[in-house]
Write a protein that binds this ligand. Structure first.
Ligand code: DAT
Ligand code: MG
Length: 139
């Protein structure tokens, strides 16, 4: 089913010059870029985006990291793009993410205080629509 997802190239990805690499992988898979914008995330955007993780030990370090530089917010569309991009991204910890995935190929840093895993991708239709409204109001 054609659907939309919300992807973020996180501050580590943008700072390392990996935005184009991530966009290229999305396009090579056949997904369509519907919106791309460089954003300095506000505290309100991050609180809304990561509401499900509030109270967890990694929450504050995560929000601090996400505020440390610009993020590239992307809407991508296509058949099965929500699960498909999660598959392209790889599992959460880049150390064990499979080779061939964005996190597995390009990520490394992980720890109690830093979670630099390059990208975010929505995990369900409901999350995707909720997150698109946070990063692209009116879309
Ligand atoms: P994902 O980004 O793979 O959907 P998630 O939604 O569970 O993972 O968590 C959001 C982010 O929070 C994740 O990209 C990195 C950080 N994170 C998750 N679990 C963590 C943990 N156990 N320790 C440190 N950071 C974590
Ligand atoms: Mg998640």
């Amino acid at each position: 089913m054609t659907e939309r997802t919300l992807i973020l190239v996180k501050p580590d990805g943008v700072a390392r010059g990996l935005s184009g690499e991530v966009l290229a992988r999305i396009e090579r898979k056949g997904y369509v870029l519907e919106g791309v914008e460089l954003v300095n995330a506000t505290a309100e955007q991050l609180a809304a985006h990561y509401a499900e993780h509030e109270g967890k030990p990694f929450y504050q370090p995560l929000v601090d990291f996400m505020s440390s530089g610009p993020v590239l917010a992307v809407i991508a569309s296509g058949d099965g793009v929500i699960a498909g991009f999660r598959s392209l991204a790889g599992t959460t910890d880049p150390t064990t993410a499979a080779p061939g995935t964005i996190r597995g190929d390009l990520g490394r840093d992980w720890g109690e205080k830093v979670q630099k895993n390059i990208v975010h991708g929505s995990d369900s239709v409901e999350s995707a629509e909720r997150e698109i409204a946070i990063w692209f109001p009116g879309r």
